[in-house]
Design a protein around this ligand. Structure first.
Ligand code: AGP
Length: 608
């Protein structure tokens, strides 16, 4: 939601904090701020707006100089984006940056007011935490953090500095992610590894309620009760380049182009003798045979990957699969038993609702499997089994390569489960797996093949106020993702609809020139989909049809055709996704939007 950083070392702290925050702007970007120890005192610079607004402000008003401090980039939850609501927030002797949400901040605020602490300047929950820390601060930082944490409800990661503890940064987390990175004579905190990868690849994962004390370029860890802790030092297996744009104008375009490699890296280690083998992730053939019901639970794009997973698993493995939006699942009292498998899909592994769904599933005794991209993230650590998707860091808020690799994992699970249950024989499983192995090349060809036509068609979409994405079967599952992708970055209202359902109400929305994007890759359903396309075209819609190179679709149905390679129709989602992503991308570019950081959105939704 927000990004936090901290630094203690020999470099200019402001430069380090700003550079690290640049890499975290994907988490939030409606205000930014830093607090640095300057000549023994805490100097704060903060502003509403982007990080560039902060640097401009510091250029004109002067920037703090020092070697220890904390920084923040914000996605507003409590209080509008404004200078005063920007982090850092301070009490009398304590200054903090915060990522997350404090659920009981109103009660705590009242408690502070009742205790003659009514010096609140902002509308934020964070300022309440700063004041509470201050209230409990008796010269012992660990004791004050412990007492404060005892009072806080919610999810949070905090970077804390005390005015009488110069050159020292404290950090603590509960739910929200935080890492501590160790360089040569310098040490960092950050919400995510890419923030500091430029300086070091070595990092520690801060666990629940552990405190990190950064001082003299080194870190010490202790529990809330002050017990010293030894922690495992991890090394990131990617470098700065893989978190940079690499010549592309936007991360999103770069990430679309990275999909072939991401799929290859994800599936290759999970294939043995031509067959899927997920045993390394803790998934045994026996367990795959035994599940009564499968729940796939996720949010947004990850949930859409689950929709494809449902179609494929049900079709091949003949097991019933329910797909749930995590925020609904967690409150709908689902009928879970010990014989069920709950698959949680999440790029970040930190999405609050998905995490809560995982906890519920565990509490009810179901087996849990996480399909996660970020190594060591909460969901990955808490699930019984984990299949990592190896997409590398995904920076653009609009998910592309993470979705693609999630699809590839859905196929691996479906193939292995179908084979384990005896629903397909070895040869069929081998043939399907071989087709999956060929996907990186097909995806790469498709990107190059459809790029120009998508760029052109996007010029016809930019003036639309509203559009529909339609499809049947797997194409319907896919249309949900196409529609989400388009709306989140182009700001054009878009809905996805099962093509056969249109005439039950939604077709009344069709007006002259309204774009309807139809996905028609499922041969068995082609005729029916084409009739639905004709129905909307006859009512004035401008129809754009994504179909395979052989599909017979005439000008009576399609105003524009986007042809993609013809492969096994079950795997078509991995190909048809590409033009959907590019249509969204170019529409956003042509509208002059901030493609990688769409308004109101954050990359990682760590609050409910
Ligand atoms: C994707 O483009 C979205 N920005 C969003 O729907 C995202 O997929 C969702 O918030 C889930 O995130 P996660 O995969 O990190 O759990």
């Amino acid at each position: 939601m927000c990004g936090i950083v901290g630094y203690v070392g020999y470099r200019d702290c402001t430069d380090v904090l700003v550079s690290a925050l640049t890499k975290l702007e994907y988490r939030g970007y409606d205000s930014a701020g830093i607090a640095v120890f300057e000549n023994g005192k805490i100097a704060v610079a903060k502003t509403q707006g982007r990080l560039s607004d902060l640097t401009n402000k510091m250029e004109t008003e002067g920037k703090p100089h020092g070697h220890a401090g904390i920084g923040h980039t914000r996605w507003a939850t409590h209080g509008e984006p404004s200078d005063i609501n920007s982090h850092p927030h301070s009490g009398r002797r304590v200054t903090i940056v915060h990522n997350g949400i404090i659920e009981n901040y109103k009660q705590l605020k009242q408690f502070l007011i009742d205790n003659e602490r009514d010096e609140f300047l902002s509308d934020t929950d964070t300022e309440v935490v700063a004041q509470l820390l201050d209230f409990y601060y008796d010269g012992n930082p660990i004791r004050c953090i412990r007492k404060t944490l005892h009072e806080l409800r919610g999810s949070f990661a905090l970077g804390i500095i005390f005015s009488d503890r110069p050159e020292t940064v404290y950090a603590v987390r509960c739910e929200s992610p935080l890492i501590v990175a160790q360089g040569q004579g310098e040490v960092f905190i950050a919400s995510d590894v890419p923030a500091v990868i430029k300086y070091t690849k070595d990092y520690y994962l801060l666990e629940q309620e552990e405190i990190a004390v950064l001082k003299n370029g080194a870190v010490q860890f202790c529990s809330l009760h002050g017990r010293m802790l030894e922690k495992e030092l991890l090394t990131a297996d990617w470098d700065e380049d893989s978190a940079e744009k690499g010549g592309y104008p936007h991360y999103m375009l770069k990430e679309i182009h990275e999909q072939p490699t991401a799929v290859k890296t994800t599936i290759t280690p999970r294939i043995e003798d031509g067959l899927p083998n997920l045993s390394e992730c803790g998934i045994t053939v026996d367990s795959l045979r035994s599940f009564r019901h499968i729940f796939i639970v996720a949010c947004g794009t990850a949930m859409h990957a689950g929709m494809v997973g449902k179609y494929v698993m049900e079709k091949l493995a003949r097991v019933s699969v329910t797909v749930d939006i995590a925020s609904e699942f967690r409150y709908r009292d689902p009928l879970l038993t010990e014989n069920d498998l709950v698959i949680i899909i999440s790029q970040s592994g930190e999405t609050a609702d998905s995490k809560a769904a995982l906890n519920l599933a565990k509490k009810r005794g179901a087996k849990t499997l996480a399909v996660v991209n970020v190594k060591g993230s909460s969901i990955a650590r808490e699930a019984d089994m984990v299949v990592y998707t190896h997409a590398g860091p995904e920076i653009a808020v609009a998910s592309t390569k993470a979705y693609m690799v999630q699809l590839s994992v859905m196929y691996l699970i479906a193939f292995e489960m179908a084979f384990a249950k005896g629903k397909i024989d070895k040869e069929t499983c081998r043939a399907l797996t071989a087709e999956l192995v060929s996907m990186p090349q097909v995806i790469d060809d498709t990107i190059h093949h459809v790029l120009d036509i998508c760029q052109y068609i996007s010029t016809r979409l930019i003036s639309a106020e509203s559009l529909l994405y339609i499809g049947r079967g797997l194409d319907y599952a896919l249309s949900m993702e196409g529609s989400l992708k388009l709306k989140e970055i182009s700001y054009i209202h878009s809905e996805s609809y099962a093509a056969g359902e249109l005439k039950h109400g939604t077709i009344s929305l069709i007006t002259d020139g309204m774009p309807v994007i139809a996905i028609a890759t499922q041969n068995t359903l082609l005729e029916k989909t084409v009739s639905n396309i004709r129905e909307v075209k006859a009512r004035g819609a401008m129809t754009i049809v994504i179909c395979d190179e052989k599909a017979e679709i005439g000008v009576d149905a399609a105003d524009y055709l986007i042809r993609i390679p013809k492969i096994n129709e079950m795997l078509m989602p991995m190909v048809a996704t590409v033009p959907m992503q590019l249509l969204a991308y170019y529409t956003s570019v042509n509208k002059g939007n901030d493609v990688d950081k769409p308004r109101n959105l954050a990359k990682s939704v760590t609050v409910e």
